[in-house]
Design a protein around this ligand. Structure first.
Ligand SMILES: Cc1cc2nc3c(=O)[nH]c(=O)nc-3n(C[C@H](O)[C@H](O)[C@H](O)COP(=O)(O)O)c2cc1C
Length: 380
């Protein structure tokens, strides 16, 4: 194993392992990628002042949320097309998350069926992320299948009325179905290990959206489904419909405006994930870390608030907790680990983050997560 000291090292290893069009799909963001940069800049500007001479001989990093106890206050964010990074990627990440004792969120746009991913890690906390497409019966079927397969929470993504403008993908000719070009062909053949794995892994499809193998949708129809057919009439009142088909915990992912909090509470949402989709949707959006305090204020402790977008260090996890998040989601770094070393790489990423958090807590003088929220913060 090469010496990978931090998540940026994992990113570099992923860049080497993946064809450019895949790496840039993972790494890229919307428009000018200003929001992507803002996520990092604003996290770096949250300064935590350590307390000294406190007993940190035992640090407790665990948190209990939505019916399960997590070893660390982070979970794997939903990411679509994991199979393009590595065939079987969804199950590999699920297994890594279960081994590390943290929840895994399967995307609607996964490349393996939710039932088969559940079988890989039957005891780990597993959640389903939901995109609602124009044909709402697709969501209804997904939700029923998730309940039957023992998914414990539903994460409704609310920041994708349509797909963000990812110019790196357009430049790379990355859209489904792919049309071969000399540049793409070279990109693939110059990453023979990735190419071989893909060839052996079979076609990458949105397996969850194939209701029944007999009525397999063409790759084109599936791509259209994801790229253009989101239900843009989905509004707050629609949560009543979702509530009528899902009785477990319901989280909204992608909320940034404090004025939306009252609506979420009114509609019986159980948790919020303050997120700008890692900068992949709306380039003018605030960084998630800067949006977090106002959302936490508006929630007034009634439901847990989580956060994602830009977390790359254990200190970033502590920063989010200091500003009121109960836990964070990790997106791209998990895929970096998956890219270069499958389940082992994913596990290495999660473990590194956990170790960094433990070191951070000792240096901050906080033995448990609650203490991070009280007084550690100097300025942001
Ligand atoms: C390659 C990729 C695919 C993603 N696919 C989804 C998805 O299918 N559903 C979703 O809600 N969010 C999706 N996201 C957003 C992540 O869940 C998460 O919000 C974001 O990656 C967090 O930012 P970070 O990558 O800086 O940690 C995706 C992100 C990436 C990088």
């Amino acid at each position: 194993m090469p010496q990978l000291l931090n998540l940026e090292d994992h990113r570099r290893a992923a860049r080497r392992a993946l064809p450019r069009f895949v790496f840039e799909y993972v790494d890229g963001a919307a428009d000018d990628e200003a929001c992507l940069a803002r996520n990092r800049r604003d996290l770096d500007n949250v300064i935590l002042a350590p307390r000294v001479l406190r007993d940190t001989s035992r640090t407790d990093t665990s948190v209990t949320l939505f019916g399960s106890t997590w070893r660390y206050p982070f979970a794997v964010a939903p990411t679509g097309l994991n199979g393009l990074v590595r065939p079987g990627g969804d199950a590999l990440i699920a297994a890594a998350a279960a081994a590390m004792g943290v929840p895994f969120t399967l995307s609607t746009a996964s490349n393996q069926r939710l039932e088969s991913v559940r079988q890989t890690a039957p005891t780990g906390a597993q959640w389903l992320q939901l995109y609602v497409m124009q044909d709402r019966s697709i969501a209804e079927q997904l939700v029923a299948r998730a309940a039957a397969a023992n998914y414990q929470a539903l994460v409704l993504t609310v920041d994708v009325p349509l797909s963000g403008n990812r110019e790196r993908d357009s430049r790379n000719g990355f859209k489904l179905p792919m049309r071969p070009t000399p540049t793409l062909a070279w990109d693939v053949v110059s990453h023979p290990r990735w190419a071989l794995r893909q060839a052996l892994g079979g076609a990458t499809t949105f397996a969850n959206l194939v209701a029944d193998p007999a009525t397999k949708l063409s790759a084109q129809a599936q791509a259209a489904l994801l790229a253009r057919a989101m239900d843009r009439t989905l509004v707050w009142e629609s949560l009543r419909w979702l509530r009528s088909i899902w009785s477990g915990p319901l989280l909204l992912k992608g909320l940034l405006h404090p004025a939306d909090v009252a609506l979420a509470l009114h509609h019986g949402v159980d948790g919020l994930i303050v997120s700008n989709h890692g900068g992949r949707q709306f380039d003018a959006a605030p960084s998630a870390i800067s949006a977090l305090p106002a959302v936490v204020d508006a929630v007034q402790g009634r439901i847990p608030v989580l956060m994602d977008s830009g977390i790359r260090r254990g200190t970033d996890v502590a920063r989010a907790l200091a500003l009121g998040a109960k836990a964070v989601f990790i997106g791209r770094p998990v895929l970096y680990g998956l890219a270069w070393a499958g389940q082992a790489g994913t596990q290495a990423v999660l473990q590194l983050l956990g170790e960094e958090l433990e070191r951070c807590m000792a240096l901050l003088g906080t033995a448990n997560l609650e203490d991070i929220g009280t007084g550690a913060l100097v300025q942001h």
